[in-house]
Design a protein around this ligand. Structure first.
Ligand SMILES: Cc1cc2nc3c(=O)[nH]c(=O)nc-3n(C[C@H](O)[C@H](O)[C@H](O)COP(=O)(O)OP(=O)(O)OC[C@H]3O[C@@H](n4cnc5c(N)ncnc54)[C@H](O)[C@@H]3O)c2cc1C
Length: 348
C-alpha cells in the first residue's frame, strides 16, 4: 500500500510528489507526456502583473515557499534549473513611467519594483522612455527539472510512462486499487488533460493556448529579460525564448503559422536585428474562469484529489498549492477558500 498515486509529472505533480516524499510518504507517479505546458513554458517568475503594475495574488507567500523548495530539489538531484535574471519592463510613455513610480511607492509593491529608472541602452532595442526593473525575478528551465525528476522517480521505482486509465480505479474501504497498485489517495495533476478525467471534468477549467519561439540572435547581446508586448528571455549561446501568445479558442497543442507570425511581428516591433527561428512550441495553459486554482477533494470520493488551474503562473504557484493540498489531506487543514474547488460546486 502506498500513500499517494499521482497522475501528472508537470509542475503540479512534481511539487506534490516532492512534498509527500519530504514528509516520508510513499508515492507512485504516472505521466504519459500528453500535455506539454510545463515542459515548453517560458518558466518566468515575476511577482508583478506588468500590464497594470499590480501585485500577483499572494506573491510574497508563493515566493517564500517556492524558492527554498526548488533549491532543495536542485541540491537533491544535483542539477541547476533556477536562473535568477532581472526583468525590465519597457515603458512607452512618461505616463507609464509615472504609474510605475506610484506603484513602487505602495507598501505591497515596494519590495518588488525598483524605484530607479533603468536608462541602459541595449543594442538593437530602441526604448526612449527607458525601463522599470522588477525585483525577485528569473526563470526555471522546467524541462531540466522534469527530466531530472522523472529520472529520479524511475531510480526509486516510482514512475510509469503509461497513460492513467480512469475506469480502472476500484474503490475499497480506506483505499483505492489501480491495477496492481493499492493507494490511500490519488492526486490528479493533469493540467489541461483534466478534461478526460470523469471525476473532475465538471470543474471550470478553461484552457488558454500559448505559443513560444526559441530564436538565435547573435547581435542582440541581452543579459536581462525584456518585457514588452512579448518577452525576450536570454538562455545562453545567443539563444532567446520569445513568448507568448494567448488563444482562448484553439485547445490543441499544435504550433500554428498564425501564432508564429504574431510573435515575429511583435519581436520586430521591439528589436531591429536579424534572428533565426530555432524551435516553435505550443501548449494549453490550465486556466480557470475565475482566475483561481482548482485544489481540493472530490465531494463524493474522498480519496480522490485535484491539483490544477495553475494558469499562466505555474512556477510560483505550484509548490505553494501542493503544500496546501498535502496539509489538507494529511492534517485536515482547511484550504484557502479562493483555491478550494468547493467554490465551484456551490455555484451549481
Ligand atoms: C507557451 C507557454 C508559456 C508559459 N510561460 C510561463 C511562464 O513563463 N511562467 C509560468 O509560471 N508559467 C508559464 N506557463 C504556464 C505553466 O506552464 C503552467 O501553469 C504549468 O505548466 C501547469 O502545470 P501542470 O503540472 O498543472 O500541468 P502540465 O504541465 O500540463 O502537466 C500535466 C501532466 O500530466 C500528464 N497527464 C495528463 N493526463 C494524463 C494521464 N491520463 N495519464 C498520465 N499522465 C497524464 C501530462 O503528460 C503532463 O505532463 C506557460 C504556459 C505556456 C503554454
Amino acid at each position: 500500500m502506498i500513500d499517494f498515486l499521482i497522475v501528472g509529472n508537470g509542475l503540479a505533480g512534481i511539487s506534490f510528489a516532492e512534498i509527500a516524499l519530504q514528509n516520508n510518504k510513499s508515492i507512485f507517479v504516472f505521466d504519459n507526456n500528453s500535455q506539454p505546458s510545463s515542459r515548453i513554458a517560458g518558466g518566468l517568475y515575476n511577482p508583478v502583473v506588468l500590464k497594470r503594475f499590480s501585485e500577483v495574488w499572494k506573491a510574497k507567500e508563493q515566493i517564500d515557499f517556492a524558492f527554498p523548495f526548488y533549491h532543495k530539489i536542485q541540491s537533491k538531484l544535483n542539477v541547476v534549473f533556477d536562473f535568477e535574471l532581472p526583468i525590465l519592463r519597457k515603458f512607452y510613455s512618461s505616463e507609464e513611467q509615472n504609474n510605475w513610480f506610484q506603484a513602487a511607492d505602495k507598501p505591497n509593491l515596494a519590495p518588488f519594483l525598483d524605484s530607479k529608472l533603468v536608462t541602459i541602452s541595449y543594442q538593437n532595442i530602441d526604448s526612449p522612455f527607458h525601463y522599470g526593473k522588477v525585483l525577485h525575478t528569473g526563470y526555471l528551465e522546467i524541462s531540466i527539472l522534469i527530466e531530472a525528476y522523472s529520472n529520479y522517480l524511475k531510480s526509486i521505482n516510482s514512475f510509469s510512462e503509461a497513460p492513467f486509465v480512469y475506469n480502472k480505479i476500484e474503490f475499497f474501504e480506506g483505499f483505492i486499487q489501480y491495477k496492481n497498485i493499492k493507494a490511500k489517495h490519488i492526486v490528479f495533476a493533469e493540467g489541461f488533460g483534466l478534461h478526460a478525467n470523469p471525476y473532475f471534468n465538471d470543474l471550470p477549467l478553461d484552457g488558454t493556448k500559448g505559443e513560444l519561439l526559441i530564436i538565435k540572435a547573435p547581435n542582440l547581446q541581452l543579459d536581462v529579460v525584456i518585457k514588452s508586448s512579448v518577452f525576450i528571455l536570454p538562455i545562453g549561446n545567443d539563444l532567446y525564448k520569445v513568448g507568448a501568445t494567448y488563444d482562448w479558442t484553439d485547445k490543441t497543442n499544435q504550433p500554428t503559422e498564425a501564432g508564429k507570425q504574431e510573435l515575429i511581428e511583435k519581436l520586430n516591433e521591439l528589436m531591429s536585428c536579424d534572428f533565426e527561428i530555432i524551435q516553435h512550441f505550443a501548449g494549453v495553459r490550465p486556466t480557470v474562469k475565475d482566475r483561481r486554482p482548482l485544489v481540493g477533494t472530490h465531494p463524493v470520493h474522498l480519496k480522490l484529489h485535484v491539483l490544477n488551474g495553475l494558469g499562466t503562473r505555474g512556477v510560483m504557484l505550484a509548490p505553494y498549492l501542493a503544500n496546501q493540498l498535502f496539509q489538507h489531506i494529511e492534517n485536515s487543514i482547511p484550504l484557502e477558500k479562493q483555491i478550494d474547488i468547493t467554490r465551484c460546486y456551490k455555484k451549481k
